[in-house]
Design a protein around this ligand. Structure first.
Ligand SMILES: Cc1cc2nc3c(=O)[nH]c(=O)nc-3n(C[C@H](O)[C@H](O)[C@H](O)COP(=O)(O)OP(=O)(O)OC[C@H]3O[C@@H](n4cnc5c(N)ncnc54)[C@H](O)[C@@H]3O)c2cc1C
Length: 406
């Protein structure tokens, strides 16, 4: 029976950070993972460049049934701490939109940095190991210790950390294992749903969007009182892009999504004012001014039922539009309610909403209140970030604070 101070299940972002933090305290740490490689999601993150944190980490960038829970960890291991580690390793990075920090090198550079830190503190990582059974030893055997039966033998540890992530992207090693452990020890679980995920559309709506596939345009997307301004990308299956992914975290089946395709303008007011000042302006000229030409053409022909024009032919002028027509045009373009089919689900979702109820955990140590020495960190917990490096920052922060006490 192999004995360790700490066993961490899951060699992803949170598990590796926890290993570094506990290893720095001189703890004997073993990280187990069923995958062939550690940090699969780090490797594919940020389009291959790993958006590893954000300059503007704030609790309001996280979704959780208890919005206060994330505050403690995020304030004790901050984005500046992670940036300091990246700087120490001399890795170049750049800020993209809104404080999002991406590696200038491939995402592997961030993973290699984490693995080097893990090896410097002499924590071990053992891959391709399936944990078959976990048992808390009783007082007569060895008080406050856990026994793990795995495909590679039996282990004992004083502290057990569950860092197995959420359900998103099973091809990257995701499993519901962390939730099963929570259930085994009587911890409450909150319902889980895919988030930061593209939408799929009903066939009638797809007939409009499919020919636009690959086209990206700025838009404001609103759902359940929350709205995001950013890129909307038409795909073969439906709608994606940063603003779509963001708003998907606030959507549940049956909810309406509203899309404003010209967010910088009050189109109704604009058309009415042009009707007086420049009545001969063609409607298609106005629409083309604010939308990519392929999208403008599709809207004019399919939504606004304007005839396909030959070269030299003139379309309807704004001076000929009635108030009702202007109102209808503005509604179609600025209050588009797509006929949604659902989302692409865990296959492509970046994160999982819900998970281990934060009421069951200490926000300072991530330890289960009912089960001493059992900790849950990272995405398995009911804390999910917005797009933009916030999810990794939660993984680093929750992993670090647990590592300080295990
Ligand atoms: C395509 C994609 C791109 C992303 N890009 C970004 C980004 O740029 N910035 C950002 O902040 N966030 C990004 N995210 C989200 C981010 O990757 C996650 O929030 C983060 O990885 C969660 O860390 P974690 O350690 O909790 O879980 P994970 O990183 O998922 O790690 C969990 C680990 O546990 C292992 N595991 C699972 N089940 C078992 C089991 N039964 N036994 C043993 N081991 C197990 C897995 O193999 C894995 O190694 C992205 C996600 C995806 C899918």
């Amino acid at each position: 029976m192999s004995q360790h101070d700490v066993i961490i299940i899951g060699a992803g972002a949170a598990g590796l950070m926890c290993a570094i933090s506990a290893g720095k305290r001189g703890r004997n740490v073993l990280v187990l993972d069923h995958s062939r490689k550690a940090g699969n999601k780090i490797m594919v993150s940020g389009g291959g460049r790993c958006n590893f944190t954000n300059y503007y980490v704030e609790p309001n960038r996280y979704i959780s049934q208890n919005p206060h829970f994330c505050k403690s960890a995020l304030s004790r291991y901050t984005q500046w701490d992670f940036i300091a580690m990246v700087d120490k390793h001399g890795l170049p990075y750049s800020e993209k939109e809104e404080g999002q920090l991406f590696s200038d090198q491939k995402a592997k550079a961030i993973l290699d940095m984490m693995l080097q830190e893990v090896s410097e503190v002499k924590a071990q990582i053992q891959l391709e190991t399936v944990v078959e059974k976990i048992r808390q030893l009783d007082l007569s055997e060895a008080p406050n210790r856990f026994q793990l039966i795995t495909s590679k033998g039996a282990y004992q540890c004083e502290s057990l950390v569950i860092a197995t992530g959420g359900l998103s992207m099973p091809t990257m090693g995701a499993s519901g294992f962390g939730y099963q452990v929570a259930e085994q020890f009587g911890l409450n679980l909150l319902p889980r749903t895919p988030a930061l995920v593209p939408f799929t559309l009903q066939p009638d709506e797809k007939a409009f969007t499919e020919p636009l596939s690959g086209l990206s345009t700025p838009a404001r997307l609103s759902c359940n009182g929350v709205s995001f301004l950013g890129g909307l990308l038409f795909t073969h299956r439906g709608l994606s892009g940063p603003a779509v992914l963001q708003v998907s975290s606030y959507w549940t089946a049956g909810d309406q999504l509203e899309i404003n395709l010209i967010p910088e303008l009050d189109l109704e007011e604009h058309l009415k004012s042009l009707r007086h000042s420049k009545p001969k302006t063609e409607l298609r000229t106005v629409i083309n001014e604010y939308l990519p030409s392929r999208l403008a053409k599709a809207i004019l022909e399919q939504w606004l039922k304007q005839p396909v024009l030959e070269a030299g032919e003139k379309g309807i002028s704004v001076g000929d539009l009635s108030n009702a027509q202007i109102n209808n045009i503005a509604n179609r373009i600025q209050r588009w309610i797509p006929n949604l089919n659902g989302t692409e689900g865990y296959r492509t979702a970046e994160v999982t909403l819900g998970g281990v109820d934060t009421n069951e955990l200490s926000s300072k140590t991530m330890e289960a209140k009912k089960v001493p020495n059992l900790h849950f960190i990272g995405e398995v917990v009911d804390v999910s970030g917005h797009l933009g490096g916030f999810n990794f920052q939660w993984a680093w922060a929750s992993g670090w604070v647990a590592g300080e006490v295990v």
